[in-house]
Design a protein around this ligand. Structure first.
Ligand code: AMP
Ligand code: MG
Length: 290
């Protein structure tokens, strides 16, 4: 993670942002037993009081599941667990166990109450990995605004926040990772007041018996989604929206993703397809440097 900020209060803003990021990770980590998410995952349906941004994040993730059924589901945790993605050495899951946990992969089973509590039934477990970084990027931007920082570039790993422009007034340069070559860039974007979020199977995967299994799941089958995409990069103002889209459109595949873009037109995207083709939505050319 890299945080760079410029101008008045920049050092103090970076210090506070780091603290805030550490705190968000401690509350939303799916592997820390003391996180708010772990407490919810062990709550057996008893309503649990959570901090207001945790409530907000869960609410956004549930709405995303309603918007992208069959593609996005924040209750994917039991599937990730069975595949061993929270350990160093992932493994093929037991079929029977996988079919069993799939019954509880359903975001509509999580209930948000008006008093700020959340109910997660026994067996249902949250993993906010597909939205947490984008949401955190938005919170860092809020913090910088409050502190009067107008120029910053932060890289949260797959999620880049470009706040304002460079101190000299020119755009920030953001390189988009090439999904097939770890040391190469696909392209460079000149952006200001933008988040650039990338999802791809290449980020985390395991090879078992010569076949690669990546970490973005089809919530209907419990297997890594059979996408025709290698990566999806989203350009949006909202980091949260970008993070939701990068994951959901990756699972949906290229045709459905393009259809969604044509209907909404409130983001831009760069797709790398498995056949090596690179496809960009119409507005990307306004940002493309090379
Ligand atoms: P991202 O890198 O934003 O695409 O998020 C991927 C992470 O989100 C994975 O490592 C899992 O923790 C979680 N995840 C995997 N598949 C899904 C899915 N279909 N919907 C929501 N979250 C998912
Ligand atoms: Mg995402």
């Amino acid at each position: 993670m890299i945080l760079r900020a410029y101008g008045k209060n920049a050092d103090e803003a970076i210090r506070q942002a780091s603290e805030h990021l550490f705190d968000m990770d401690a509350r939303w980590s799916v592997t820390r037993p003391t996180s708010e998410i772990s407490r919810l995952n062990q709550s057996d349906g008893v309503p649990i009081s959570v901090s207001s941004d945790t409530f907000d994040l869960i609410s956004s993730a549930i709405h995303a599941a309603e918007q992208f059924p069959g593609a996005f589901d924040p209750t994917i945790q039991p599937v990730m667990e069975l595949w061993g993605f929270y350990r160093d050495e992932p493994n093929l899951p037991d079929e029977h166990a996988l079919n069993e946990v799939l019954l509880s992969v359903d975001a509509s089973l999580v209930t948000l109450h008006d008093d700020g509590t959340v109910s997660v039934p026994t067996g249902v477990r949250l993993d906010l990995g597909a939205v947490a970084k984008g949401y955190a990027a938005d919170r860092v931007r809020d913090l910088f605004h409050i502190m009067g920082v107008e120029s910053a570039l932060c890289n949260f790993g797959g999620t880049v926040l470009a706040l304002g422009s460079k101190p000299d007034g020119s755009d920030w340069m953001v390189a988009v990772q090439h999904p097939l070559e770890s040391s190469a860039y696909l392209c460079t974007l000149a952006v200001s007041d933008m988040t650039v979020v990338t999802s791809g199977g290449y980020e985390r995967y395991v090879e078992i018996d010569g076949k690669e299994y990546h970490h973005i799941m089809d919530p209907d089958t419990g297997y890594p989604c059979e996408s025709d995409l290698l990566s999806v990069t989203i350009l949006t103002e909202s980091g949260l929206y970008g993070d939701i889209l990068s994951t959901a459109l990756f699972v949906m595949g290229y045709d459905a993703a393009m259809t969604y873009w044509k209907e909404s037109r409130d983001f831009e995207a760069i797709f790398v397809l498995k056949d090596g083709t690179v496809s960009m939505t119409g507005g990307v050319q306004n940002y493309l440097v090379s």
